[in-house]
Structure formats: structure tokens, C-alpha cells
Design a protein around this ligand. Structure first.
Ligand SMILES: Cc1cc2nc3c(=O)[nH]c(=O)nc-3n(C[C@H](O)[C@H](O)[C@H](O)COP(=O)(O)O)c2cc1C
Length: 185
């Protein structure tokens, strides 16, 4: 059921788990979190795919420490999903990033053409850069990376007024379910 909700979210922007909180450890060993769009799932292998700019802090953080938590809440199903696992980074030159880039609409490609995420916004400079690659967004491909999260465990929690339910599930390296237990909420 949890993975069905995640599958649905990857295909429908209006579902509860479309925007997930991706939490990492930053270079100062402090917790860091940010919203990301869930782009694709592979429920058999317990994979979640995200897209990002390889100049962003998270890309560097994940090079040093691939461990992460992905957290989501859907108000309709009143379900919280908390997945622990690790990320693999697919650089712009990788086959996955290349294929994914080919499928992106031009307006999405353009969002990778600007200045580095988190750097000071130098308005006139950015305007020039933007104009150069505005037509096709092709200039952004060298900044486009794919992040693939593999879940090792899932903490499933459903709010039900006076009867909250919670379960812990663990997965093998190939994605098969290795344990599932109801636990106290
Ligand atoms: C609803 C929402 C969805 C977002 N989706 C993404 C995304 O898919 N990829 C991404 O890199 N940043 C996304 N962002 C921006 C990130 O939350 C974050 O601000 C940015 O990536 C910089 O994060 P970092 O400095 O931790 O790398 C999104 C922000 C919001 C509000």
C-alpha cells in the first residue's frame, strides 16, 4: 500500500507524496532537509528517483555521506512514510542522466541553466547567462544529475484519531521484504 502511494505520486503531481522531504547530513555533520519532487519509483527494488543540480549542496553532501532519510505525509490517507536508506548519484555524463534529460520539457531544462544554487544572485550576470541558453535550455545539461534513493527500511505510521497504527518494514539489498512488524505508535 505504501509503495502503491509512492508509485502514484511519481505519476501524478496532485498526490500527497509527490513532494518529499529529503534529509541528509551536511558537511558540518548537521542534519539538513529539503523538499524534492518524486520523479520515478521502482517499487520492486525500493527505489525513488529525484532530479537535481549537481552544483547544489545536497549533491556534494551525498558524495561524502550517501545515507539519507526520505519523509512524506499525505493528508488524504493520513499516512506518514519515513524511509531510511542511501543515495546513488548519477552524473550528467551517465546514461541515466542523459536519457532522463532527453525526456525533460524545455521549461524544466531551463531551470538548470542559471547560476549555481545557493550562490549570491548577481542579477545582470544571471540575465546574460539565461538569455544565452533560454531557447533550448541545453546549457543546463552539464548541471543535471539524477539521485536514486534505495530504501533499507520503512517506518509506516497512520493517524487514526484514537487508534494510530505504526509498522516497521525492512528490505534486502535487492528490495525484497525481509521483515514487517506492527509496533507501538
Ligand atoms: C515543492 C518543492 C519542490 C522542490 N523540488 C526540488 C527538486 O526536485 N530538486 C531539487 O534539487 N530541488 C527542489 N526544490 C528546492 C529544494 O527544496 C532546495 O531549496 C534546493 O534544492 C537547495 O537545496 P540544497 O542546498 O540542500 O541542495 C524544491 C522546493 C520545493 C519548495
Amino acid at each position: 500500500m505504501a509503495w502503491q502511494e509512492l508509485n502514484d505520486a511519481a505519476n501524478d503531481p496532485h498526490t500527497g507524496f509527490r513532494y518529499l522531504n529529503v534529509c541528509t547530513i551536511n558537511t558540518e555533520l548537521k542534519p539538513q532537509a529539503r523538499m524534492m519532487v518524486l520523479r520515478r519509483t521502482d517499487s520492486a527494488r525500493r527505489l525513488l528517483e529525484f532530479h537535481t543540480d549537481i552544483r547544489s549542496a545536497k549533491w556534494q553532501e551525498l558524495a561524502l555521506n550517501p545515507a539519507a532519510t526520505v519523509l512524506g505525509f499525505c493528508s488524504q490517507s493520513r499516512l506518514q512514510l519515513r524511509l531510511q536508506g542511501g543515495f546513488k548519484r548519477y552524473e550528467p555524463a551517465s546514461a541515466l542522466a542523459g536519457q532522463t534529460w532527453q525526456g525533460l520539457p524545455v521549461w524544466t531544462r531551463r531551470s538548470y541553466s542559471g547560476g549555481p544554487p545557493g550562490a549570491e544572485w548577481l542579477f545582470p550576470h544571471d540575465q546574460t547567462q539565461h538569455a544565452e541558453s533560454e531557447e533550448s535550455g541545453e546549457g543546463g545539461q552539464r548541471h543535471f544529475g539524477v539521485l536514486v534513493f534505495q530504501a533499507e527500511s520503512l517506518d509506516w505510521f497512520r493517524l487514526e484519531r484514537d487508534n494510530n497504527r505504526r509498522a516497521r518494514l525492512t528490505y534486502s539489498a535487492t528490495g525484497s521484504l525481509t521483515s514487517s512488524t506492527w509496533i507501538n505508535p
